[in-house]
Design a protein around this ligand. Sequence first.
Ligand code: PLP
Length: 395
Amino acid sequence: MYIYADNAATTKMSKSAVETVLNIMKDVYGNPSSLHSMGQKAKEILEKARKDVADCIGAEFKEVYFTSGGTESDNQAIISAAEIGLLNKKKHIISTKIEHHAVLHTLKKLEKKGFEVTLLDVPEDGIIRVEDFVDAIREDTAFATIMFANNEIGTIQPIGEIGRICREKEIIFHTDAVQAAGHVEIDVKKLNIDMLSLSSHKFHGPKGVGALYVRKNLPLTNIIEGGAQERGKRAGTENLPGIAGMAETLKEACSHLEENARKETALRDRLIVGLSEISHSMLNGDWKNRLPGNVNYIFEGIEGESLLLLLDSRGISASSGSACTSGSLEPSHVLLAIGRPHEVAHGSLRLTISSENTMEEMDYIVEQTKEVVEYLRSISPMWEQITKQKETNNE
Ligand SMILES: *Cc1c(COP(=O)(O)O)cnc(C)c1O
């Protein structure tokens, strides 16, 4: 049996996305900027893709810009919001401790240029408190960047409330919705979102392509200079096969949103209930307010990396919950932010599933995880210490 359970890292492309990409590569190879008929055909596909993406998030067609993915969208949104801040003599930014590095590292760069950044604390349930957000607001707050859903623990933030407050206080609001788009309902108008990042490969589209929604009349700053593509805001010949493949998959995901979420939630909950039978284990992040496909568990006394490798040898692809820094021994900044101690944070496992997974697969994962955790604990000095300590406490 082989089970892919690492969909937060990337997804398998859908059949329709593969087909769309191949067809365009074969048949529509024109440059959308060319005036001849092959170019115009490409242009038509490009603009149809823009409309499909816009429709899925409740945006207008002209508010969608294509980029190379979530990272670029995050960078451009944040740099643009900072530029607007400078014009208005505002230099304060609000974000959270659990953002993706595409956001955190861009904010670090702005800090070096004189911006002041407040990173909100995140309670154990993985959800920021709206009161904390309100408390952080200053006269000179230029913008807020708060992720829609977390990539490690799957928790969904109170985006609607944050959006309402930002609109009221004239604070630009960007959200990294890379994990949310195509998985949960998003309406940028209802939620008062000014800028939103999404990435194709997180919802079964091709890699290296994404989009940035920017509310009309908000000026974007270029981070890539050159030709006049994307209304002059993102230079470079468009990745048309990627863009069309992304739009096709997003359209499909959006039309099956509830159905997929229902399936994934049932699979997810089966996993959570199964894993909860393992002693000294704990779910990271709130159970209810989380992405339908995300499970993140901590098993005390073991190393997440060893668990990951042993599961891999049994045909299960998962993540140790710190995918972006894998290779380094730093525990995940997200798990540390929600208060997991260093040594415990190392024992985390992230399983992210798609609606194509089955209940049998969930049972197999639970069974294998139980065995592997038991084995790792049997050879773990850390586990020996933990059990000794508990015995002493019970005496
Ligand atoms: C994957 C991810 C990104 C980066 O997107 P890429 O398209 O891989 O550059 C940014 N933010 C979050 C929350 C992600 O999960």
